[in-house]
Design a protein around this ligand. Structure first.
Ligand SMILES: [Zn+2]
Length: 182
C-alpha cells in the first residue's frame, strides 16, 4: 500500500514538473556581471566536491521560465565564458535541496560540459523523457531510474521531486562527481 501511494505521488509530482532544466544554449552576451550570493553558496559546495571552478562564470536570476520554458540554463558564449540563469519564481517556491540540485545540475553543464545523462548514458530531452512504465528494477536501471522510479542522476532533464533528492542524495553526489571526473 505504501508503495502504491509512493508511486502515485511520483506520477503526480512528475506530471506537473513539466519544466525542463535547460541545456547549453548559445547566447551572445552575459546578463550578469557576477555570481548572485544565493547561487554562490551552492557553487562553492560544488567546487569543494568536484574541484571544479571557473573564473569566467556568471550566474543570476531572471524570468527564465517565461522566456525559455526552463527553470535553469547554462549559457555558453565560447572562449570559456559561461553563465547560469535560474528562474526566479522557481527559486522562491523551492526547498533548499531542490535549489542545490538545480545549481549542481547547471554547474555540471557549465563546468563539466556534460548533458542529460546517467552513468555515461543519455536521457531523452525533457519533452520525450518519461518514467518507464514498468516495475522491473533492472529495466528501470537500464533506463536511468531507481526501483522507486526516482531518476538515477540529477542530470535527468527534469528536476527531481524533493523526496527523490532526499532519498538518493549521496548517490546523486557520487554519480555527479564521477561524471565530472570522466
Ligand atoms: Zn540540463
Amino acid at each position: 500500500m505504501i508503495n502504491l501511494i509512493r508511486l502515485l505521488t511520483i506520477v503526480a509530482i512528475l506530471s506537473c514538473t513539466t519544466v525542463p532544466v535547460g541545456d547549453n544554449n548559445p547566447r551572445i552576451t552575459n546578463n550578469f556581471n557576477n555570481i548572485a550570493p544565493e547561487i554562490e553558496v551552492y557553487l562553492s559546495e560544488f567546487n569543494e566536491l568536484t574541484g571544479l571552478k571557473s573564473d569566467n562564470l556568471t550566474a543570476g536570476f531572471g524570468d527564465l521560465r517565461l522566456r525559455e520554458g526552463a527553470i535553469g540554463v547554462c549559457f555558453n558564449f565560447g572562449k570559456g565564458k559561461k553563465e547560469i540563469e535560474i528562474d526566479r519564481w522557481f527559486w522562491r517556491g523551492s526547498s533548499g535541496i531542490s535549489k542545490k540540485a538545480l545549481v549542481f545540475h547547471e554547474a555540471v553543464h557549465c563546468l563539466c560540459g556534460k548533458g542529460h545523462s546517467f552513468h555515461g548514458k543519455r536521457y531523452k530531452e525533457a519533452k520525450e523523457e518519461e518514467t518507464p512504465d514498468t516495475d522491473d528494477p533492472k529495466e528501470l536501471e537500464k533506463k536511468g531510474y531507481f526501483p522507486d522510479k526516482c531518476a538515477l542522476s540529477i542530470m535527468h532533464p527534469k528536476i527531481q521531486p524533493d523526496f527523490c533528492l532526499k532519498a538518493h542524495w549521496n548517490e546523486y553526489l557520487k554519480e555527479m562527481i564521477n561524471s565530472c571526473a570522466n
